[in-house]
Design a protein around this ligand. Structure first.
Ligand SMILES: [Zn+2]
Length: 148
C-alpha cells in the first residue's frame, strides 16, 4: 500500500527557516489536520524534494518543451556534485538558462533546505492554512503532493 505525503517547502531553495518557526508551523498543522504523522526535516545542503510516483512530466519554463528525464537526471547529478550551490541549468530545448527549481514539474517538486512532511492527511491544505504557514515561516511556500 502506498502512502500520501504533503511536503511543504519555502519557494526559495536557499532559505534557511529557523527550527523554532518550523516547530510552530508543525504545531499549527497538528492542530488543524488529522494525519498519521508530521515531521520536520532539515538538510545541510539544498535537496530535491520530490513528489514520488506523481512525477509524470518536466517541462521548460521558457518554451514549454518537455524535458527528457535522462537529461534531467544528469543535470541533478551535476548540481549534486557541487552540493547544490547553484541550480542553474542551460535548457537543451531553447538554450536559455533556468533554475532547476523553476522547471515545470508535473506534479510540483522543488528544492529546499527544510521540509515539513504530513503523512496521510485527512484533508487538503486550504488557502487560509497555507497563508498562516507562510506568515509563521516568513516565506511563501510550495506544496508538494507526493505518493511514496
Ligand atoms: Zn526551452
Amino acid at each position: 500500500m502506498s502512502d500520501f505525503v504533503i511536503r511543504i517547502i519555502p519557494t526559495d531553495p536557499y532559505l534557511r527557516i529557523p527550527e523554532e518557526s518550523l516547530q510552530i508551523a508543525k504545531e499549527l498543522l497538528v492542530d488543524r489536520i488529522t494525519c498519521d504523522n508530521i515531521q520536520i526535516h532539515s538538510f545541510e545542503n539544498t535537496s530535491f524534494i520530490d513528489c514520488g510516483g506523481n512525477l509524470q512530466r518536466i517541462s521548460c519554463p521558457h518554451c514549454g518543451s518537455e524535458v527528457d528525464f535522462a537529461w534531467w537526471g544528469d543535470e541533478v547529478s551535476k548540481v549534486y556534485d557541487k552540493s547544490f550551490k547553484s541550480l542553474s541549468v542551460c535548457m537543451p530545448c531553447c538554450n536559455k538558462v533556468s533554475s532547476m527549481n523553476d522547471l515545470l514539474y508535473d506534479y510540483p517538486c522543488g528544492f529546499a533546505l527544510s521540509v515539513l512532511e504530513v503523512l496521510n492527511p485527512g484533508v487538503e491544505i486550504t488557502a487560509e492554512l497555507k497563508e498562516k504557514i507562510e506568515s509563521i515561516i516568513g516565506s511563501s511556500i510550495r506544496i508538494i503532493n507526493a505518493h511514496i
